[in-house]
Design a binder for this molecule. Structure first.
Ligand code: COA
Length: 337
């Protein structure tokens, strides 16, 4: 057993999740693209995913935020900072965090969105902890991951549309002294082209130059998501174990000391390979991809919420939240729940 370092970290005071009511099964996808329940289950581990019936991202986020606030036993006015991780905002401006603030009545809080794709919740925890560490007026942070991936999913592309679901989850975070905490975050922009959803190109009134400046990015159908599945798969299986190991090393513990690892839920085969490379059993890996598919930044906290509800993660447990995704980005956060 290694010696855990004690630092000023985070206290997770409350958690909450929300997924839309509508569910799409693998059989439903077999009706719209050339696929089968057998292929999707074997290649990804996904059986169902929740999909919005028009509810926007901020609505999902506000629902999860309200659940986390109730669980924490605080009132919305107690929140000093709202951080929302999303790659599927409803507007360029206002931010999703501002819309959620309005919905929940967190009067007087700061509000900011971050875009780190599927790694967003880990980056958000790291950012929250740094605000809390400063002891400069931010004592309570509401961190939300909210994604309506169905709005950038190309439902004619069978290799990607079967992967994604919509949903949201939130944590209320406070400062905690003398506790286990470490973060290991990274990015590799040379892999930017492997996971892409395009924003607007400039068509300003004075433009005459029709040349595109993003020559190394793939052509996409409008804003629809496109990926190089094999490259992402290789990146994920390589970086996931590294992020866990590095975060554990910084915290002064070994991966086997962890009670639970909550990985980004992209593909069960990625998680199985990572567990093997880490030398930990699959019992330690929290996996609910069969229920929700890949919900990008929301996948880690949604899985965390289900693991707590089912007693798989308890107060005092040492947990690692490990993400990888667009950017490319990767991250591991170790803390005591
Ligand atoms: N149903 C049936 N067949 C499908 C299919 C589907 N939904 N999607 C692809 N196929 C076919 C392909 O066309 C290919 O057919 P071919 O051999 O005749 O050309 C065959 O299945 C194998 O395709 P391949 O792309 O090699 O499958 P794969 O085992 O690599 O699985 C992914 C594809 C996308 C599931 C996998 O690469 C993956 O999960 N990558 C990571 C993606 C990811 O996690 N993205 C988000 C990161 S945050």
């Amino acid at each position: 057993m290694s010696q855990a370092k004690k630092v000023t970290g985070i206290h997770v005071k409350g958690i909450g999740k929300y997924v839309p009511e509508m569910v799409a099964t693998n059989e439903d996808f077999a009706k719209i693209v050339d696929t089968s329940d057998e292929w999707i289950t074997q290649r990804t581990g996904i059986k169902t995913r929740h999909i919005t019936n028009g509810e926007p991202t901020y609505y999902l986020g506000a629902k999860a935020a309200k659940a986390a606030i109730a669980d924490a036993g605080i009132s919305p006015e107690d929140i000093d900072l709202i951080i929302t991780a999303t790659v599927t905002p409803d507007f360029f401006t206002p931010s999703t965090a501002c819309l959620i603030q309005r919905e929940i009545g967190a009067v007087g809080s700061m509000a900011i969105d971050i875009n780190c794709a599927c790694t967003g919740f880990d980056y958000g925890i790291d950012m929250a902890r740094r605000y809390l560490l400063a002891e400069d007026g931010v004592d309570t942070v509401l961190l939300i991951a909210a994604e309506e991936l169905s709005k950038f999913t190309d439902y004619t592309d069978r290799s990607s549309c079967i992967l994604f679901g919509d949903g949201s989850a939130a944590f209320v975070l406070e400062r905690k002294k003398d506790t286990l905490y470490s973060s290991y975050l990274g990015a590799d922009g040379t892999g930017a082209k492997f996971l892409v959803s395009r924003a607007m190109r400039s068509e300003n009134a004075f433009r005459t130059n029709k040349e595109e400046f993003d020559m190394d990015m793939p052509a996409t159908k409008a804003h629809y998501f496109t990926q190089d599945g094999k490259e992402v798969y290789k990146f994920a299986t390589r970086t996931l174990p590294i992020a866990v190991e590095k975060a554990c090393e910084k915290a002064g513990i070994a991966p086997e000391d962890l009670d639970a690892i909550v990985p980004h839920q992209a593909n069960v085969r990625i998680i199985e390979t990572a567990a093997k490379n880490l030398g930990v059993s699959m019992d330690k890996m929290v996996v609910y991809i069969d229920r929700y598919g890949n919900t990008s930044s929301a996948s880690i906290p949604i899985a965390f919420c289900d693991a707590v509800a089912e007693g798989r993660i308890r107060r005092g447990d040492k947990v690692c939240l490990v993400g990888f995704g667009g950017g490319l980005t990767y991250a591991g956060i170790v803390f005591e729940y």
